[in-house]
Design a protein around this ligand. Structure first.
Ligand code: SAH
Length: 546
């Protein structure tokens, strides 16, 4: 087998990031390239290896961004460009359910590229489930049928499977602008079918489809539901019957992506609709806190129904290769003041070829419980943790250690312990002031994020509001969103070319608020400088304004 990368055709599920499979997530985390579709949610893109090349081949309903034949070729091209690489082809729902995964696989076979298929949860079944509609139900429906409501004819005479290239050309059969003209469904048989009918991609043609089914004898009173953006915070169910399908779509402005489900099971949806409308349902919020701090607020806002786009404005980086590890022998106490410090220290220690034995006999100090817990993950118990969990507390505790714990490294004993502080570049001088004899190693740096990937900029641009917890977050956010190929995003774009359109921001602290105002955001500021208070304010805001 040639030295090609391995392609994974992965189903991303219908929208809710929790419905991606474990295997799918695992592959995304190590992918070198991710080729993804329009329907894949930003939260799932957020699982991808941050170093992966992200390629958007998303198709808009009206125009194809990248033609299917080009996508097929692209996968082969990446497999060649990344020998031994992991190429993830991420598709909405299941790759083999109207996902054209088969066409992509055929092209890979023809080119001699190895691939795996990682099935996904298809929208055909899960979207009705999220609307409380079981696709089969004893006594009501003993079968269900998944049908495409938008079909392009594939000219199979032109396909050459097994040769160098597989050409599956798309041929529109008529010149008619009416897409329904391209449907070659067997309406006679479908109308007779007693099972549940589930149409994907069918909204544009549904008036035509419903009429044809009625003409062919299906009961015009057959209950029917349109489920829009199922499993996402924007999910909406609209009920109708076969005879009112077309007018309902127009009246209720049903838009893609949506599925149409027909049959007796639809009526169960009234009793079984389990997905509650939550206070933040349908809102997309951008959280600009650092990843570690963000997870708490993200979980809370998600639990309240929001779609949260985590977009940290700062990132931490290990400061590499800058220490003389032999010097460790000269210290009696190692003091850690953050989990980042612990992780960065051990990362570098291990990278330099050492292991925890170099810490034998040393005393270990931690600023608080979280750092202490992190150390335990490396098999290290702390000797000193101040009761108040502050830098000052730690400084006082260590300063009071006199005479010192014995150094086991050398035979010498010292009057004061020799302390090594392992900290980040932004750590203040509290400890150094209290412990003038201590040495500090900066083991990690905190830097402003310099660039956002395009997919994230797009996700952020479509958001309802941004959460800011510091002025630097506001400044960097505006800077990041104003750079790049797209220029100023629609998000901050002026209607008249001058001031940006004010958009809602939720702020912690008055300084943050005024920075956001300066950039033209509307601001809602929490009463107290806590996340609790901010979350309360966000809920209040949307409850009042809905
Ligand atoms: N492979 C996908 C289907 C791709 S065809 C799967 O297995 O789900 C795209 C169609 O899927 C859309 O037009 C729509 O009918 C349906 N669809 C996908 N995601 C959806 C969602 N979250 N809510 C409603 N319909 C969805």
């Amino acid at each position: 087998m040639a030295n090609f990368g391995h392609v994974y055709l992965i189903g991303a599920g219908p929208g809710d990031p929790g419905l991606l499979t474990l295997r799918g997530k695992d592959i995304l985390e190590k992918a070198d390239v991710v080729v993804y579709d329009r329907l894949v949610s930003p939260a799932i893109l957020g699982f991808c290896n941050p170093k992966a090349k992200m390629v958007d081949v998303g198709k808009m309903p009206t125009h194809h961004k990248v033609k299917q034949s080009e996508i097929n070729k692209l996968l082969v091209q990446f497999a060649k460009e990344y020998p031994q690489g992991v190429i993830a082809r991420l598709k909405g729902g299941d790759p083999f359910v109207f996902g054209r995964g088969g066409e992509e696989a055929l092209e890979l076979v023809a080119a001699g590229v190895e691939f795996d298929v990682v099935p996904g949860i298809t929208s055909a079944i899960s979207v009705p489930a999220y609307a409380g509609i079981p696709v089969s139900h004893r006594g009501i429906a003993t079968s269900f049928h998944i049908i495409t409501g938008h079909e392009k004819e594939v000219d199979s005479r032109k396909s050459e499977v097994g040769s160098d290239s597989v050409i599956l050309s798309e041929v529109r059969s008529t010149k008619s602008k009416d897409p329904s003209q391209n449907l070659s469904l067997d309406f006679e048989n479908l109308a007779k079918c007693p099972g549940t009918l589930i149409f994907l991609m069918g909204i544009a043609n549904m008036d035509f489809i419903a009429k044809r089914l009625i003409e062919c004898g299906k009961d015009p009173k057959t209950p029917l539901a349109f489920i829009e953006k199922g499993t996402t915070p924007y999910q909406r169910t609209v009920m109708a019957t076969l005879e009112t399908a077309g007018e309902t779509i127009v009246r209720e402005k049903v838009t893609a992506p949506a599925i149409t489900i027909m049959g007796g099971v639809v009526e169960l949806g009234q009793a079984l609709a389990w997905k509650k409308n939550l206070p933040l349902s349908g809102k997309r919020l951008v959280v600009t806190r650092a990843a570690k701090q963000a997870s708490g607020i993200t979980a809370r806002l998600s639990a309240l129904g929001a779609e949260v786009i985590e977009t940290p404005m700062i990132e931490t980086r290990v400061v590499e290769g800058s220490f003389n590890w032999a010097d460790l022998a000269n210290f009696d106490i190692l003091a850690f003041t953050s989990t980042n410090g612990v992780e960065s220290f051990f990362k570098q220690l291990f990278a330099a070829g050492y292991d925890v034995r170099v810490l034998a006999g040393k005393k270990i100090a931690s600023v608080g419980k979280i750092t202490e817990k992190k150390l335990l993950e490396y098999g290290i118990r702390c000797d000193y943790v101040p009761e108040d969990h502050t830098g000052e507390g730690l400084g006082k505790l260590l300063a009071a250690l006199n005479p010192i714990p014995q150094s086991t490294e050398g035979a010498t004993s010292h009057l004061t312990p020799r302390i090594l502080l392992l900290q980040g570049n932004l750590a203040d001088d509290t400890l150094l002031k209290l412990l003038p004899q201590a040495t500090r190693w900066v083991v990690y740096e905190t830097l402003p994020v310099a660039e956002l990937p395009e997919w994230k900029r797009e996700a952020v641009a479509g958001a309802d509001a941004v959460v800011f917890a510091s002025t630097s977050a506001v400044e960097n956010f505006v800077k990041l969103m104003s750079q790049g190929t797209a220029g100023v995003p629609p998000y901050l774009k002026a209607t008249n070319g001058s001031a940006p359109i004010p958009q809602t921001s939720f702020c912690i602290g008055r300084m943050t608020e005024s920075a956001a105002r300066k950039h033209g955001f509307n601001t809602v500021t929490s009463d107290e400088t806590t996340m609790d208070s901010l979350v309360k304010k966000i809920v209040e805001f949307y409850t009042k304004n809905s």
